[in-house]
Design a protein around this ligand. Structure first.
Ligand SMILES: CC(C)(COP(=O)(O)OP(=O)(O)OC[C@H]1O[C@@H](n2cnc3c(N)ncnc32)[C@H](O)[C@@H]1OP(=O)(O)O)[C@@H](O)C(=O)NCCC(=O)NCCS
Length: 144
Protein backbone atom coordinates (compact mmCIF):
# COMPACT_ATOMS: atom_id res chain seq x y z
CA UNK A 1 0.00 0.00 0.00
CA UNK A 2 1.20 3.49 -0.84
CA UNK A 3 0.53 6.06 1.90
CA UNK A 4 0.48 9.81 1.27
CA UNK A 5 -1.27 13.04 2.22
CA UNK A 6 -4.61 13.60 0.50
CA UNK A 7 -5.18 16.38 -2.01
CA UNK A 8 -8.45 17.91 -3.21
CA UNK A 9 -8.39 15.33 -6.03
CA UNK A 10 -9.08 12.66 -3.38
CA UNK A 11 -12.22 14.30 -2.00
CA UNK A 12 -14.72 12.27 -4.05
CA UNK A 13 -13.08 8.99 -3.02
CA UNK A 14 -13.14 10.05 0.65
CA UNK A 15 -16.84 10.97 0.39
CA UNK A 16 -17.74 7.59 -1.11
CA UNK A 17 -15.68 5.78 1.54
CA UNK A 18 -17.40 7.69 4.35
CA UNK A 19 -20.85 6.99 2.85
CA UNK A 20 -20.09 3.29 2.53
CA UNK A 21 -18.62 2.89 6.02
CA UNK A 22 -20.48 5.48 8.11
CA UNK A 23 -23.66 5.87 5.96
CA UNK A 24 -22.95 9.62 5.95
CA UNK A 25 -20.13 11.90 4.88
CA UNK A 26 -18.59 15.14 6.05
CA UNK A 27 -19.34 16.30 2.51
CA UNK A 28 -17.30 17.68 -0.35
CA UNK A 29 -17.29 21.32 0.69
CA UNK A 30 -16.42 20.54 4.32
CA UNK A 31 -13.51 18.36 3.19
CA UNK A 32 -12.39 21.02 0.72
CA UNK A 33 -12.34 23.67 3.48
CA UNK A 34 -10.51 21.29 5.81
CA UNK A 35 -7.77 20.75 3.24
CA UNK A 36 -7.48 24.31 1.97
CA UNK A 37 -8.22 26.46 5.03
CA UNK A 38 -7.53 24.45 8.17
CA UNK A 39 -3.79 24.29 8.88
CA UNK A 40 -4.37 21.67 11.60
CA UNK A 41 -6.14 19.25 9.27
CA UNK A 42 -3.93 16.57 7.73
CA UNK A 43 -5.62 13.73 5.88
CA UNK A 44 -3.58 10.60 5.23
CA UNK A 45 -4.75 8.13 2.60
CA UNK A 46 -3.68 4.63 1.68
CA UNK A 47 -3.93 3.42 -1.91
CA UNK A 48 -3.36 0.19 -3.73
CA UNK A 49 -2.85 0.26 -7.50
CA UNK A 50 -3.85 3.96 -7.49
CA UNK A 51 -7.19 3.23 -5.78
CA UNK A 52 -7.87 4.56 -2.30
CA UNK A 53 -8.42 1.79 0.25
CA UNK A 54 -8.75 3.94 3.37
CA UNK A 55 -7.89 7.12 5.18
CA UNK A 56 -7.21 8.76 8.53
CA UNK A 57 -8.22 12.37 9.12
CA UNK A 58 -5.95 13.99 11.73
CA UNK A 59 -6.00 17.26 13.64
CA UNK A 60 -2.29 17.89 14.15
CA UNK A 61 -1.35 19.90 17.21
CA UNK A 62 0.40 19.20 20.52
CA UNK A 63 -2.80 17.40 21.43
CA UNK A 64 -3.51 15.66 18.13
CA UNK A 65 -6.78 13.91 17.36
CA UNK A 66 -8.08 11.30 14.95
CA UNK A 67 -11.19 12.84 13.39
CA UNK A 68 -12.06 9.92 11.14
CA UNK A 69 -10.53 6.59 10.25
CA UNK A 70 -11.93 4.04 7.82
CA UNK A 71 -10.99 1.28 5.42
CA UNK A 72 -13.40 0.22 2.63
CA UNK A 73 -15.29 -2.88 3.90
CA UNK A 74 -13.99 -5.11 1.09
CA UNK A 75 -10.42 -4.06 1.97
CA UNK A 76 -10.66 -4.61 5.73
CA UNK A 77 -8.68 -7.26 7.63
CA UNK A 78 -5.71 -6.99 5.25
CA UNK A 79 -3.49 -4.97 7.57
CA UNK A 80 -4.21 -1.60 5.93
CA UNK A 81 -5.70 -0.11 9.11
CA UNK A 82 -2.61 -0.99 11.12
CA UNK A 83 -0.35 0.39 8.39
CA UNK A 84 -2.25 3.72 8.28
CA UNK A 85 -2.22 4.06 12.06
CA UNK A 86 1.52 3.32 12.17
CA UNK A 87 2.12 5.97 9.51
CA UNK A 88 -0.06 8.48 11.38
CA UNK A 89 1.88 7.95 14.63
CA UNK A 90 5.25 8.41 12.87
CA UNK A 91 3.88 11.50 11.11
CA UNK A 92 2.75 12.98 14.43
CA UNK A 93 6.16 12.34 16.01
CA UNK A 94 7.81 14.43 13.34
CA UNK A 95 5.14 17.12 13.78
CA UNK A 96 5.83 17.36 17.52
CA UNK A 97 2.49 16.08 18.79
CA UNK A 98 2.58 15.00 22.42
CA UNK A 99 -0.62 12.99 22.57
CA UNK A 100 -3.08 11.44 20.14
CA UNK A 101 -6.70 10.94 21.16
CA UNK A 102 -9.88 9.73 19.51
CA UNK A 103 -13.50 8.84 20.20
CA UNK A 104 -14.83 5.40 19.39
CA UNK A 105 -18.31 3.90 19.71
CA UNK A 106 -18.76 1.74 22.77
CA UNK A 107 -19.98 -1.06 20.48
CA UNK A 108 -17.03 -0.85 18.08
CA UNK A 109 -14.91 -3.60 19.58
CA UNK A 110 -12.83 -4.15 16.43
CA UNK A 111 -11.50 -0.59 16.50
CA UNK A 112 -11.04 -0.64 20.31
CA UNK A 113 -8.95 -3.81 20.07
CA UNK A 114 -6.81 -2.19 17.40
CA UNK A 115 -6.23 0.94 19.54
CA UNK A 116 -5.37 -1.11 22.64
CA UNK A 117 -2.87 -3.15 20.62
CA UNK A 118 -1.20 0.14 19.62
CA UNK A 119 -0.82 1.18 23.27
CA UNK A 120 -3.79 3.55 23.49
CA UNK A 121 -5.40 3.73 26.94
CA UNK A 122 -9.07 4.25 27.75
CA UNK A 123 -9.40 7.77 29.14
CA UNK A 124 -13.09 8.52 29.77
CA UNK A 125 -16.62 8.19 28.44
CA UNK A 126 -18.44 10.89 26.45
CA UNK A 127 -22.12 10.28 27.15
CA UNK A 128 -24.37 10.26 24.08
CA UNK A 129 -21.54 11.51 21.87
CA UNK A 130 -23.22 9.64 19.03
CA UNK A 131 -27.00 9.44 18.65
CA UNK A 132 -28.03 6.93 21.31
CA UNK A 133 -24.49 5.76 21.98
CA UNK A 134 -21.63 6.74 24.25
CA UNK A 135 -18.09 7.26 23.01
CA UNK A 136 -15.00 5.96 24.72
CA UNK A 137 -12.08 8.38 24.50
CA UNK A 138 -8.73 6.70 23.91
CA UNK A 139 -5.41 8.46 24.31
CA UNK A 140 -1.77 7.65 23.60
CA UNK A 141 1.45 9.49 24.24
CA UNK A 142 3.10 10.06 20.88
CA UNK A 143 6.50 11.25 22.06
CA UNK A 144 6.92 9.60 25.47
C1 LIG B 1 -11.21 -0.15 12.32
C2 LIG B 1 -10.67 -0.32 10.89
C3 LIG B 1 -10.16 1.03 10.38
C4 LIG B 1 -9.52 -1.33 10.93
O1 LIG B 1 -8.97 -1.43 9.62
P1 LIG B 1 -8.50 -2.84 9.00
O2 LIG B 1 -7.72 -2.53 7.77
O3 LIG B 1 -9.64 -3.75 8.87
O4 LIG B 1 -7.54 -3.35 10.16
P2 LIG B 1 -6.32 -4.36 10.02
O5 LIG B 1 -6.54 -5.30 8.86
O6 LIG B 1 -5.05 -3.59 10.04
O7 LIG B 1 -6.52 -5.21 11.34
C5 LIG B 1 -6.42 -4.65 12.61
C6 LIG B 1 -7.01 -5.62 13.59
O8 LIG B 1 -8.43 -5.59 13.53
C7 LIG B 1 -8.95 -6.91 13.27
N1 LIG B 1 -10.13 -6.76 12.45
C8 LIG B 1 -10.31 -5.93 11.41
N2 LIG B 1 -11.58 -6.05 10.93
C9 LIG B 1 -12.20 -6.97 11.72
C10 LIG B 1 -13.50 -7.53 11.77
N3 LIG B 1 -14.46 -7.13 10.89
N4 LIG B 1 -13.79 -8.45 12.69
C11 LIG B 1 -12.86 -8.85 13.58
N5 LIG B 1 -11.59 -8.36 13.60
C12 LIG B 1 -11.27 -7.43 12.67
C13 LIG B 1 -7.82 -7.61 12.57
O9 LIG B 1 -7.97 -9.00 12.66
C14 LIG B 1 -6.62 -7.06 13.30
O10 LIG B 1 -6.45 -7.68 14.55
P3 LIG B 1 -5.27 -8.72 14.79
O11 LIG B 1 -3.99 -7.99 14.61
O12 LIG B 1 -5.52 -9.17 16.18
O13 LIG B 1 -5.47 -9.79 13.77
C15 LIG B 1 -11.75 -0.88 9.94
O14 LIG B 1 -12.30 -2.07 10.51
C16 LIG B 1 -12.89 0.09 9.65
O15 LIG B 1 -12.82 0.90 8.73
N6 LIG B 1 -13.97 -0.01 10.44
C17 LIG B 1 -15.15 0.83 10.24
C18 LIG B 1 -14.91 2.26 10.62
C19 LIG B 1 -14.33 2.39 12.00
O16 LIG B 1 -14.73 1.67 12.90
N7 LIG B 1 -13.42 3.35 12.17
C20 LIG B 1 -12.81 3.64 13.46
C21 LIG B 1 -13.68 4.64 14.15
S1 LIG B 1 -12.95 5.13 15.69
Amino acid sequence: MNIRLATVEDILSIVSLEKEVFKESLGESFLYDEMMLNPYSHIVIGEVEHKMVGYIGLRVDEKAEIMNFAIFPHEQKKGYGKALLTYALDYLKTHHAKTLSLEVRESNLVAQKLYLSFGFKKSHIRKNYYQNEDAIVFIKEVNP
